[in-house]
Ligand binder design. Structure first.
Ligand SMILES: Nc1ncnc2c1ncn2[C@@H]1O[C@H](COP(=O)(O)OP(=O)(O)OP(=O)(O)O)[C@@H](O)[C@H]1O
Length: 259
């Protein structure tokens, strides 16, 4: 793809004791792309995500975001810089409604902030109403507006994952990272998720996707990187990756134990 990349990963390496979980990984994500990061269990996908989103610190390598060096120190700083993520294990505010969960995403970048919304100073009322309206719009966007007033844990598993996406979108990220969004979903939920991902791309969003469902990845991604034992074993279009001997061998290799 031509033009400068929105997000670049250069020689990324992370070790846990004697284990190199991520080993000299390079990748380039361009604006408007859906970029897939796949690989067998233990390949290093989540570690990569945790490095990109500031949960872990890299041992080697660097990131460029919009051409500038990006060194995430903490997750809240990552959100402020324009990267949002969802989690493999859903992390919603369990006692809040679906609507309130999305409102928290907006408050992260509102002038009033979460505390202001609780104290409800008069001049913050208007901003609060605006956030409420925009949160409802996002719930509609991901297809769960009918559950706005339901406590988040009452929602089905698939809907909770869509709620996480809505909350992440509330921060208006330039890069949205989804960590196994289809995990635990049934076929109908996966189809709806696919539609939502394609809709986000249609609206110009840039997505990084870790996903075990290879069919989903091949169906939505513009470019894919395949990891195995922390190393990139293939990179390119879904067509190229699907035909790669190294990828086929890695997936047929069965249970992956690190040496
Ligand atoms: N905090 C940690 N401490 C020690 N080892 C870790 C840690 N996190 C991950 N690992 C190891 O690093 C390797 C890569 O793990 P990672 O979770 O990144 O893989 P993955 O591709 O996301 O796997 P899965 O698809 O099963 O989620 C694995 O061998 C794992 O056991």
């Amino acid at each position: 793809m031509s033009g400068p990349a929105l997000f670049t990963v250069q020689n990324l390496t992370k070790r846990f004791g004697g284990l190199t979980a991520v080993d000299q990984v390079n990748l380039e994500i361009h604006s408007g792309q859906i970029y897939g990061l796949i690989g067998p269990n233990g390949a290093g996908k989540t570690t990569c995500f945790n490095l990109i989103t500031g949960l872990y610190t890299a041992d080697e390598g660097q990131f460029l975001f919009d051409g500038r060096p990006y060194s995430p120190k903490a997750p809240h700083e990552v959100a402020r810089l324009g990267i949002a993520r969802t989690f493999q294990n859903i992390r919603l505010f369990a006692s809040m409604t679906a609507l309130e969960n999305v409102m928290v995403g907006f408050h992260c970048r509102s002038k009033a902030g979460v505390l202001g919304s609780i104290l409800r100073c008069p001049h913050q009322r208007r901003e609060e109403l605006d956030i409420r309206r925009k949160s409802l719009e996002l719930l509609e966007y991901v297809g769960i507006a009918q559950y706005a007033d339901h406590v988040s844990t009452e929602l089905s598993y698939g809907d909770q994952r869509r709620l996480e996406i809505a909350r992440a979108l509330a921060t208006n990220p330039r890069l949205l990272a989804l960590d196994e969004p289809a995990a635990g979903m049934n076929a109908t939920e996966k189809l709806k998720l696919k539609e939502l991902i394609l809709r986000m791309r249609g609206d110009g969003r840039t997505l990084l996707l870790i996903e075990h469902d290879v069919k989903l990845v091949m169906g939505v991604c513009d470019a894919v990187t395949v990891l195995d034992y922390g190393k990139v074993i293939e990179q390119g279009s879904p067509q190229k990756v699907q035909q790669s001997k190294a990828v086929i061998e890695a997936y047929l290799g069965g249970i992956h134990e690190h040496p």
